[in-house]
Every structure is written in C-alpha cells, then in structure tokens.
Design a protein. Structure first.
Length: 345
C-alpha cells in the first residue's frame, strides 16, 4: 500500500462527516418548509418530520471522494466518474419523488437505466464461464434490487445508519489492510463519514429523515462497493456484510408476493416494522441490527483473513443463524407481562 494512502482514507472520514453535518444545518430550515414527511398508515413516525437529509449525505460523499480522486495513490478516475454520475442521477430522482411522488413504473425505469449504465462500465468478472451479457443482466437485477431494498428498509430512525455504517467501516478497514482496492476504499470512507455526519440528526426520535434522495443513491453506492469486494476475491464477505437487509427485504417481498399483494406499494410488513408493533422500541431495534451487522463484518473479515472452504462455509452458516435469530425475535410478540400479584416462575 502506498504510504500516503492510509492518511488519505482516514482523512476522508472526518471531512465527509463535517461537510454532511454542516450542509444539514444550512438546509434544515428549507427542508422543514418544503420537504415534510407527514405520517400515514404505513409510517413509523407520528409527527411531521423533514426529509431530505440525503442531499447532504450524497453531496459530502461525492465531493470528498471527488476531491481525493486526483491523488495518484487512488486512481480509477473513469470508474469514479460513472459512479458519481449514477449516484447523482438517483439522488435527483429521489428528490423529485420526495416532493411530488412519481409513478412506480417511471421510477423503476429510471433506476434500471441508471444502474444499467453503471453496470455496463464495471470492470472484472464474477462468472467468467458465463456469457458477459448474462452476467451483466444478473448484476443489473441485483443492483436494482439493492437500490430498492435500501429504500424499503429506510423506514425507522437510524436504520440505514445501523446498516450502512458497519458495511462502510468494514470496507474501509479492508482497504487499509489491502484486500480492497484504493478507489472503493475511498468511496467507503467518504460514505462512512457522510453517514456519521447525518447520524446525530436521525437518532431516535429523528429530527430529519434521509428521504429517497438519500436511500436510493446509498443503495447504489453500497451495491457498487460490494461488487468491488466480490471481484477482488471476497464474494462470501460481500454476501455477509448486507445479509440483514437482504434477508429482511427479500423474505418480506416473497411473503407479500405469495399473498398476492402489490409488492411495489409501501407497507409495514418488514421484520423491523413488525418489531415495533410487537412492542420493541426503536433504539432496541436498531441496536440489535447494529450488533448483528458488526458480527457479520467480523465473519466477513474472517473469510478474507483465513481463505478456506471450512472458514467460508462456517462464516456463512454463522451469519445465517445470526440473521435468522434477529428476524425471529422481531417477528414474535413479547411474552405478556404477568398479572399483578401473580407468582413468576
């Protein structure tokens, strides 16, 4: 690793955090006036709350990573240009949808076009034995799903922070240690800092939401980062890091489809949403998600530090057990409190 690279990566985190927080403070009055998210039957909040914090997060992410992309230690400027352009395109789409809801078909078409352009300019292969068109088609579907599942899961205070911060932090550490190339490590550092700058405003009870302007591009950037990790030899790690989101969103989608529901419509059927109905408080929910994600990050690191089939299979099995236990806890109602005067066993 070039000697200046660790300094650049570590410096990107506080710079992105400061820029993100500073922009939020400047934008907050405007968001309060023009971008209120009002509660409805599917909401987890009960009072009108401004959304649009993603404007600051995306701006900080793109600005700080763009500032450091000129460093010779980073490289990969064409890849960054395509990533930054796609990220900003989804941010614009999300911003419009936050203010004036767009038809689902139109949103999906723009997302597919944006993700498709980014996928077409990816380097590396995960399935070298398969035709390129098939691999790119599957990658497009996976990227499109990740963009939307991040949006679906951004329905609780600190939920996206609890998911994306461990992923970005783990990827930054992998960049510092060597398994991840410099460019995705820089993007991970910038994303980590931008989310840390946003986190104080979104802590329960949130004063500000990300909005689609934040959740859509964060999903895209995270998917791109995981692709970079996978093609660098960390496929198992790339599956483990987002496993909580993948399991909750995918199982919920399948269950809703099996019931004949309109899967593209907003709802409150996710496991983390059912947890609030079942009596768990928001801080407890996001703390559990954060803790499981830290464990998944450790398991992902293990697959890279000790690359062998026993370690990889053991880590994947342990990750599935952890996530299954978390979702089971969210899905089941707590035991009723004993009646007053009753003898507890």
């Amino acid at each position: 690793m070039p000697s200046a690279l660790p300094t650049l990566l570590l410096l990107a985190v506080p710079l992105a955090a400061a820029l993100s927080a500073g922009l939020i403070l400047r934008l907050f009055p405007l968001l309060q006036r023009y971008a209120l998210a009002r509660p409805n039957a599917r909401s987890s909040h009960t009072v009108p709350t401004p959304q649009g914090g993603g404007i600051a997060v995306v701006t900080a992410l793109v600005t700080i990573s763009g500032l450091f992309i000129a460093a010779p230690e980073i490289g990969g400027r064409p890849d960054w240009i395509w990533l930054a352009g796609s990220t900003l395109a989804l941010a614009v789409l999300g911003a419009v949808d936050d203010i004036h809801p767009l038809p689902a078909a139109f949103r999906l078409a723009v997302q597919a076009a944006t993700v498709g352009l980014l996928v077409w300019h990816l380097d590396g292969r995960l399935l070298p034995a398969a035709p390129l068109w098939l691999e790119r088609g599957l990658t497009l579907l996976a990227g499109l799903w990740f963009v939307n599942l991040t949006n679906f899961m951004d329905g609780l205070d600190w939920m996206t922070v609890a998911e994306a911060v461990p992923i970005a932090g783990a990827l930054l550490l992998l960049g510092l240690a060597g398994p991840l190339p410099p460019l995705p490590a820089l993007v991970a550092a910038s994303l980590l800092g931008a989310l840390l700058g946003f986190a104080p405003f979104n802590r329960p009870v949130a004063r500000l939401f990300l909005g689609d302007v934040g959740s859509l591009p964060i999903g895209l950037v995270t998917a791109w980062l995981l692709w970079q990790l996978a093609v660098a030899g960390g496929l198992a790690a790339a599956l483990l890091l987002p496993l909580t989101y993948l399991a909750d969103a995918s199982l919920t989608l399948l269950a809703r489809a099996a019931r004949g529901e309109r899967v593209w419509e907003a709802h409150r059927g996710h496991y983390y949403q059912r947890a609030t109905v079942n009596g768990l408080r928001v801080p407890g929910i996001v703390a559990r998600v954060f803790g499981v994600n830290l464990a998944l990050a450790a398991l992902a690191a293990a697959t890279l530090l000790w690359p062998s089939w026993p370690v990889t299979l053991g880590a994947l099995a342990a990750g599935l057990v952890l996530v299954a236990g978390l979702l089971r806890r969210f899905a089941r109602a707590p035991a009723p409190a004993p009646a007053e005067g009753a003898v507890q066993p």
